[in-house]
Design a protein around this ligand. Sequence first.
Ligand code: HPA
Ligand code: ZN
Length: 334
Amino acid sequence: MHLPEALPKAELHLHIEGTLEPELAFALAARNGVDLPYADTEELRAAYLFSDLQSFLDLYYGLMAVLRTADDFTELADAYLARAARQGVRHAEIFFDPQAHTERGVPLGTVVEGLARALDRSEERHGVSTQLIMCFLRDRSAESAMETLRAAEPYLHHIVGVGLDSAEVGHPPSKFAEVYAAAGALGLRKVAHAGEEGPPAYVREALDVLGVERIDHGLRAMEDGELVERLVRERVPLTLCPLSNVRLRAVDVLEDHPLPSMMAAGLLVTVNSDDPAYFGGYVGDTFHAVHEALGIGQEQLRELARNSFLASFLDHDEDRRARYLAEVEAYTFD
Ligand code: HPA
Ligand code: ZN
């Protein structure tokens, strides 16, 4: 089986809570005695018609009510990693949203230890190496982000870096300058969602004020030619999520996605799945979809796979990065 889907790749933009499939949500709801406002998986899936980022976030945070125990988080991550492996993923840098759980009374330790159990055995079980990135919810206060960072200190051996997600507009990166400085002082890597719905200025702020190494999404950077030139010059990776952009109405249809022009501009872009249970596909499906809808050919798919390893936080293990890159070069389609 040598399909574009199976090309070896890293997934760098994946919210673990966004891998909660309706079937698992109902199973966990039954196990934990949580009432869901949907009759069945079909009715839940029918609610996945989003008008923008906020309309998705409302459902996404609501469904997290079913995640209560460390075992729930282990099962969620295990299910994702098994699927990811089948889609060619060799390395995954996985986001989680601590505040979305601590606010519901689920302790941070429960979340991290549950996820870490699945991640620590992922290489052996699924052949996927992993890292964990803790995201701050940007529509909560800067103080809450700082409290979250402090609460995470006992678990930092499981966490490679920090990110910034949730409702973007009105919550510029600069709001989190202090917590990012503190995260940097703890030796954490830094990324942030920017330019998904927010303006190009948010991408600049993420770079200049927060000092991020990668931009998650960065779609709207394309509105600012000087910014594009800078991103190219500084080789700043952009972790694109084309299926997410369609479902959250950032682009009308996949055929309109700027991925081809971003590649042509020389940007270091990667293709990722964001919240695959909600957006209609895992990362291999996404590679397939951009191939079909955007005419991204085999050698460009290979470039995207190469970029994913170049942009990954594998600096502590360059031998591994080199092995993965060699797998990309050796891959034969069909
Ligand atoms: N954008 C912002 N926050 C998120 C997303 C996203 O696409 N998915 C989960 N949290
Ligand atoms: Zn995201």
